[in-house]
Ligand binder design. Structure first.
Ligand SMILES: C[S@@+](CC[C@H](N)C(=O)[O-])C[C@H]1O[C@@H](n2cnc3c(N)ncnc32)[C@H](O)[C@@H]1O
Length: 264
């Protein structure tokens, strides 16, 4: 297991974050593009929460969820057995060639050390004339109002270093469009899909608390890897939870949907 994959692996507890997502709430651009009858590949589908929405929107087409993590694919099967097909595979060895009208990779490329090669693999699964759509973050552009507690700022700085030291690109969202052009995609379009949570909206409360959940899950890997002490991790988790309950006004996570067409 290489260092990047070791860090990208979704630790126990992160399924909860994935399961709260839906196609309409968590991937607006993909939702707009889907039509009945389409064949769609959802690369890095995790627990299949978004894949289920893809299946419903494209029925009677084909929806395939692909992930390298056997445990997550098992959960996807158990939760949404009647609908999408699921495949356990490494996206660098995607087992499809020119098969899909649309290939999607949502919040996946950020976890890879060679996103260019990964994009090429996603393109190879897509039919000529079809689309590749990536959704990803620029973690350097997160915005909080007001500033969170210093314990979380320390945690977040350590999170960025822990990722970039493993070869992951913290600013990948802003590099996707030029990478798509370099790899020969055409009709490239960028859609802002920033996730803004507002403490005044009751439904946003759990989204606001996401960095507490990250500290409670991925934080353990960061401690094990020597980027934080356990005391720093738990202090960040608790302080940020208190901050979201009492002080937070808004949080805006920078997220872009970037699409391009495979020349026909
Ligand atoms: C943050 S989750 C995103 C899940 C879902 N797409 C979403 O938007 O909620 C990233 C997923 O990418 C998967 N992944 C990471 N590296 C992969 C690889 N090399 N091949 C296939 N899947 C991979 C992980 O197992 C994980 O399920």
């Amino acid at each position: 297991m290489n260092l990047t994959w070791e860090r990208a692996h979704m630790p126990s507890g992160t399924e909860e974050i994935l399961n709260k997502r839906t196609l309409s709430s968590s991937h607006r651009r993909l939702n707009e593009l889907l039509q009945p009858g389409m064949r769609v590949l959802d690369i890095g589908c995790g627990t299949g929460a978004i894949t289920k929405g893809i299946f419903e929107a494209t029925h009677p087409g084909i929806a395939v969820g692909l992930d390298i993590d056997v445990g997550l694919i098992r959960q996807a099967h158990d939760s949404y057995a009647h609908g999408p097909c699921y495949v356990v595979a490494d996206l660098y060895r995607v087992p499809f060639t020119r098969k899909f009208d649309l290939t999607s990779a949502a919040r996946v490329l950020q976890w890879l050390s060679d996103p260019g090669r990964a994009i090429e693999c996603c393109i190879s699964a897509t039919k000529p004339g079809g689309r590749f759509l990536a959704l990803d973050y620029n973690h350097e552009k997160i915005a909080w109002e007001p500033c969170p507690p210093s314990s979380m700022m320390l945690f977040y700085k350590a999170f960025l270093a822990w990722r970039s030291d493993a070869g992951m690109d913290n600013a990948i969202a802003d590099r996707l469009a030029s990478e798509f052009g370099r790899l020969g995609l055409i009709d490239i379009r960028v859609t802002e899909q920033h996730e803004r949570s507002d403490s005044l909206h009751a439904n946003d409360k759990s989204r606001l608390a996401i960095w507490s959940s990250v500290a409670a899950t991925r934080g353990h890997q960061m401690v094990k890897d020597g980027y934080l002490t356990e005391l720093q991790r738990i202090t960040a988790e608790q302080d940020f939870r208190d901050w979201t309950d009492s002080t937070a006004v808004t949080q805006t996570i920078y997220l872009l949907a970037v699409e391009g067409r495979v020349p026909g």
